[in-house]
Design a protein. Structure first.
Length: 115
């Protein structure tokens, strides 16, 4: 365990057991990425908490963070806009639902347009 490892343990009760080993939930990440044919992605639009600006969300990706970052970069490049990858979702600035569904199905993903 690291020197400042205690900072990541919010809400943990102290244990007097000398053999107790704390397991961090953040370390348990999905290591294996499903193939594109088995992914079921939902492309939706969201305005809440963004001062009325529209962003297109791609939800439902199952896999590692690196693969999600790569998919997000590919989608941002093809659309020619900015965006980010946060909390397992890809955010694309603007309303690109139809274009993203076409790009994802062309890449082999099962994509469905949400709201």
């Amino acid at each position: 365990m690291g020197k400042n490892d205690w900072k990541k343990r919010e809400g943990v009760v102290f244990s007097t057991n000398p053999n107790f080993n704390y397991k961090n939930d953040a370390e348990e990440e999905q290591a294996e990425t499903l193939p594109p044919q088995q992914q079921k992605l939902i492309v939706a639009i969201d305005r809440s908490g963004r001062a009325g600006k529209q962003v297109t969300l791609v939800k439902g990706f199952v896999g590692s963070e690196d693969d999600l970052q790569a998919l997000g970069k590919m989608l941002k490049t093809k659309c020619g806009v900015g965006g980010s990858v946060k909390e397992g979702e890809i955010l694309i600035q603007g309303d690109f639902r139809d274009k993203l569904v076409q790009l994802l199905t062309a890449a082999g993903y099962k994509a469905k347009r949400g709201n």
